[in-house]
Write a protein that binds this ligand. Structure first.
Ligand SMILES: Nc1ncnc2c1ncn2[C@@H]1O[C@H](COP(=O)(O)OP(=O)(O)OP(=O)(O)O)[C@@H](O)[C@H]1O
Ligand code: SF4
Ligand SMILES: [Mg+2]
Length: 329
């Protein structure tokens, strides 16, 4: 029997006010994350990945707001907690790492002070204890000469070192859940690989969980246990990583896979068309204007997310070509 998930989203819906109605950036999103698991959230730009992550910690920028659903963390709904309780959980049991390290670091405080601050606020350490622990953490995330570096300011460091510092801050309280939104996109390829390995090491073997948002399928193949594919605010496929890469069921996932350059090839083959605007969502299946398999029903009724054998897919004609034909008849 599966244990209670560490995180469980149930019908989470987050919207922005539009001209004449609410525009749902996250529409009835449900998924769960087990203890010790790495779940990757993937999809093209504008699919709602960041809004999903920000909704978990109620950091949606106004005028956006969560209009429905539940975010169960260890069985308790974060959306029903008092602001103070959420504030204590954030940075303690749940930490977040963002894409742009520089915008998340405070330019006027040294790195050591910024890491210490987390320990003083959440762990009640005194200045000296926190300072020593901060140096230890900076060393653990691979910052050379951490004692000296702790006294430096963010602008004195490379992007990779800044991101390592943010990870040190995120890991300072040994969170149960780390949410990382495109944590390596701004870094060069070699540093990307180092940062990913670092995050994996801090998660694996510690019964911690990672929700990793990325549009880089190479990264997904390397670190994910399970993958959640989003398109235009909804989940279109959830699967363990191996079967997803071997045999994607949703035509959108197939398109994403096909857009990956094959060995020796440098260019991408992006899916024709683009992610629809929230104010101009297609009827029926949101992917139908771009889907090579679309039939009449696809433009009329929105398919449900259906689970079969531990995999979920939202499509009338899922699976490989033949399987699609079988299901359609
Ligand atoms: N402040 C805002 N007001 C209105 N709509 C917004 C706002 N912020 C985001 N959105 C919309 O919410 C949708 C989801 O955005 P989100 O940032 O979650 O996408 P994403 O999947 O993280 O994309 P990316 O890969 O570019 O980071 C988009 O359609 C976007 O236009
Ligand atoms: S439901 Fe239809 S349009 Fe949507 S992905 Fe499946 S085949 Fe394509
Ligand atoms: Mg984003």
């Amino acid at each position: 029997m599966e244990s209670t998930p560490l995180l469980e989203l149930k019908n989470l819906t987050t919207a922005f006010p539009g001209e004449d109605r609410l525009l749902k950036a996250v529409d009835n999103v449900s998924f769960s994350l087990q203890k010790g698991e790495v779940l990757c959230l993937v999809g093209e730009s504008g699919c709602g990945k960041s809004m999903t992550a920000l909704s978990i910690l109620q950091l949606i920028p106004p005028p956006g707001s969560i209009i429905g659903g539940e975010v169960l963390f260890d069985g308790r709904d974060l959306l029903k907690m008092e602001a103070e309780e959420i504030r204590l959980i954030r940075g303690d049991r749940i930490s977040m790492v963002f894409q742009e390290p520089m915008s998340a670091l405070n330019p006027v405080f040294s790195l050591g002070d910024q890491v210490s601050e987390v320990l003083r606020v959440h762990r009640g350490m005194n200045r000296e204890e926190a300072g020593l622990k901060a140096v230890e953490l900076l060393g653990r995330v691979g910052i050379p000469d951490p004692e000296r570096r702790a006294g430096e300011y963010p602008h004195q460091m490379s992007g990779g070192m800044q991101q390592r510092s943010l990870i040190a801050m995120a890991m300072a309280c040994e969170p149960d859940l780390l949410i990382a939104d495109e944590p390596t996109t701004a870094l060069d390829v070699t540093v990307q690989a180092q940062i990913l390995r670092l995050m994996e090491r801090l998660i694996r073997g510690h019964d911690r969980s990672l929700l990793l948002i990325t549009h880089d399928l190479g990264v997904v193949a390397e670190v994910a246990d399970r993958v959640c594919v989003m398109y235009a605010g909804v989940i279109v496929e959830i699967s363990s990583v191996k079967p997803l890469f071997k045999d994607p069921w949703h035509p959108y996932t197939m398109g994403l896979m096909a857009s990956l350059p094959s060995p020796g090839q440098r260019s991408f083959n992006p899916i024709p068309g683009s992610v629809p605007d929230l104010a101009d969502m297609p009827s029926g299946c949101r992917f139908h204007p771009r889907c090579p398999r679309a039939q009449e029903v696809c433009g009329r009724d929105e398919p449900e997310l259906v689970e079969t054998g531990g995999r979920s897919v939202r499509c009338y004609f899922p699976g490989s070509e033949n399987a699609g034909m079988e299901r359609a008849t």
